[in-house]
Design a protein around this ligand. Structure first.
Ligand code: SF4
Length: 269
């Protein structure tokens, strides 16, 4: 098999805009699946609503297209019902950490053994380019035409503070490095988050002097630095790489099964 076998050829070419970063992120996801030789019959993809959430239809896996902001809660249910499945969420910044912020924080705190891949393009692209919780201060969006007044959420710092046991960040053009970060997140036993910074030229870029993907990549590489084992922003630059990896923390399904076994008298306390 090659990574292309994980792409649903019946749905290609995909429907993302020219210059959108989601196609690059999809390539990283497929390459990660290929590195792990992920069994399509033992895996489930869950997405929410949004441009990146179309990813599930471009992949050869059983999938649920859930409601907006609820992908992580659906994924939690699947994992608890069948802990043997590899459960992967594809959701954007609007779905995963804005509407779905509550689910994101509590899945991290519970250490649910799922992998959440967030393609962060700083706005709600599908619904017209409204601001999300990751929109930078001052940015022009459909709902902040005179400049956004809020500070952006640092997705990786929030994940780490909430208790996520694997946290990583990349930029979409680093396809092979991101594939490795995603594969390691899928391998990890516990809640894993991989945030990929990705352009939305159609909605966000053209309003913010970044009409081409190359404009976004130039800006993004200037405001980031490569490191490991820290979520610290240094001199205004966000860290890229494997930022948190903590082994040995009991995941939610294992704890749940332990309690079920106790309740059914299968084991003594
Ligand atoms: Fe990509 Fe933005 Fe187009 Fe959505 S609207 S497909 S995020 S460029």
């Amino acid at each position: 098999m090659s990574y292309m076998d994980y792409i649903n050829q019946d749905r290609i070419p995909h429907t993302w805009c020219s210059g959108c970063g989601h196609g690059l992120v999809l390539s990283s996801v497929a390459r990660a699946c290929d590195e792990l030789k992920l069994d399509v019959h033992q895996s489930a993809f869950v997405s929410g609503i949004g441009c990146w959430s179309r990813a599930d239809s471009f992949l050869n896996f059983n999938a649920i297209h859930a409601t907006h902001g609820r992908a992580i809660s659906f994924a939690t249910g699947i994992k608890v019902a069948n802990p043997k499945l590899n459960v992967v969420v594809c959701a954007g910044d609007g779905c995963a950490v804005t509407i779905g912020g509550n689910h994101f924080i509590h899945a991290a705190r519970r250490n649910v053994d799922i992998t959440v891949i967030i393609s962060n393009n700083y706005n709600y692209g599908t619904t017209g380019g409204q601001y999300s919780s990751t929109t930078p201060t001052g940015a022009i969006t459909a709902t902040s035409p005179l400049g956004h007044i809020e500070r952006p959420m640092d997705v990786c710092a929030v994940a780490a503070a909430a208790g996520a046991t694997y946290v990583a960040r990349g930029v979409c053009d680093e396809v092979l490095q991101n594939a490795k970060l995603i594969a390691d997140g899928m391998r990890h036993k516990g809640f894993s988050v991989i945030e990929i910074l990705s352009p939305c030229p159609t909605q966000f870029g053209r309003k913010n002097n970044m009409p081409r993907m190359s404009d976004f990549l130039k800006m993004t590489h200037e405001m980031t630095y490569h490191t490991k084992n820290t979520v610290a922003t240094v001199d205004g630059k966000l860290p890229l790489g494997k930022l948190v990896e903590i082994e040995g923390v009991e995941d939610y399904s294992t704890g749940y099964q332990r309690i079920v076994a106790l309740a059914q008298g299968e084991v003594q306390k």
